[in-house]
Design a binder for this molecule. Structure first.
Ligand code: R5P
Length: 287
């Protein structure tokens, strides 16, 4: 097996190759003065099983084009099997048409990956229904057990895992399963016109440590609101974790300023908080 490192996932690809005891291909990637890309996969790929590891965070369209170009080059080079591992799949939040005529950009991307890959592997897709847009074998890895393991090793006392909204509840449940603790999600209750209260749906958080988990931290806005609400409810220390640290602009600083004690994410996207590696999970899925 040969692992092909896309430029957005160079360290992760090396970790995956090490986990699999596989060859790591050399890549030449240059940008011409006008912004166009030059790409070359070094070495022979004919009749080889090839795995491209390329995430698609900012600049999304450039990283996507590189991914598609690598897949097409492997196909033309006669690779025996081509697997596209896309740790963070861009456009996943546009999983359907919300208004007539709107492009379903996640479907556009899935169809193009399907052109030259034989298999797709994603991680905590914003909506699993996106898998149906692929016309090849497509699967999804859940990284929440790794988040749970990270915090289990910290041995937090009396911890509650919280999803910032109902959508994050299944992830909170899975992380809590690793920690052996309770879990809940925040719920907004309307008390009257212009008057809402947001608090844990079932649990009393007073004096307890809280771990807030979500699939994505982008602007940090959802997490900041959750931190404020939990503090108002009397939580002790507040920890924040996500799978995909999109972390736009000052998102991480905003979380610390709001009162987070620690903020961590996985390396599906390289960032200042990517402390948890998903390489063992990817290798396990490929094996
Ligand atoms: C939304 O449904 C996602 O699960 C995240 O909660 C959201 O993308 C986070 O975005 P932000 O950090 O900008 O609030």
């Amino acid at each position: 097996m040969i692992v092909i490192p896309g430029t957005a996932s160079q360290v992760l690809a090396k970790e995956v190759a090490d986990e699999l005891n596989a060859e790591l291909a050399g890549i030449t990637c240059k940008v011409f003065p006008d912004g166009e890309l030059y790409l070359r996969i070094e070495g022979e790929v004919a009749n080889e099983e090839c795995v491209v590891v390329q995430s698609t965070p900012r600049p999304q369209n450039r990283n996507i084009f590189e991914l598609l170009a690598l897949l097409e080059t492997l196909r033309e080079g006669g690779a025996a099997k081509i697997t596209a591992v896309v740790p963070y799949l861009a456009y996943a939040r546009q999983d359907r048409s919300f208004t007539q005529g709107e492009a379903v950009t996640s479907r556009v991307l899935a169809k193009h990956i399907s052109l030259n890959a034989d298999e797709f592997v994603g991680i905590n897709l914003h909506e699993s229904t996106i898998l149906d847009y692929f016309t090849i074998e497509a699967g999804e890895i859940d990284a929440s057990p790794e988040l749970g393991e990270y915090f289990r090793s910290m041995k937090l006392d009396d911890c509650v895992v919280i999803g910032p909204d109902r959508g994050a509840l299944p992830m909170a449940e899975r992380v809590a399963g690793r920690l052996g603790c309770e879990y809940d999600h925040l719920e907004k209750t309307r008390l009257g016109p212009g008057e809402v209260v947001v608090k844990p749906k079932n649990l009393n958080i007073q004096g307890r440590n809280a771990l807030i988990v979500d699939d994505i931290i982008d602007s940090g806005g959802s997490m900041v609101e959750a931190i404020k609400m939990l503090k108002a409810q009397g939580a002790a220390d507040i920890y924040v974790a996500c799978v995909h640290p999109v972390a736009t602009g000052s998102a991480i600083s905003r979380l610390f300023a709001a009162g987070a004690r620690e903020v961590v994410g996985t390396n599906t996207i390289p960032s200042q908080i990517s402390f948890i590696s998903v390489a063992p999970l990817i290798a396990g899925a490929l094996e």
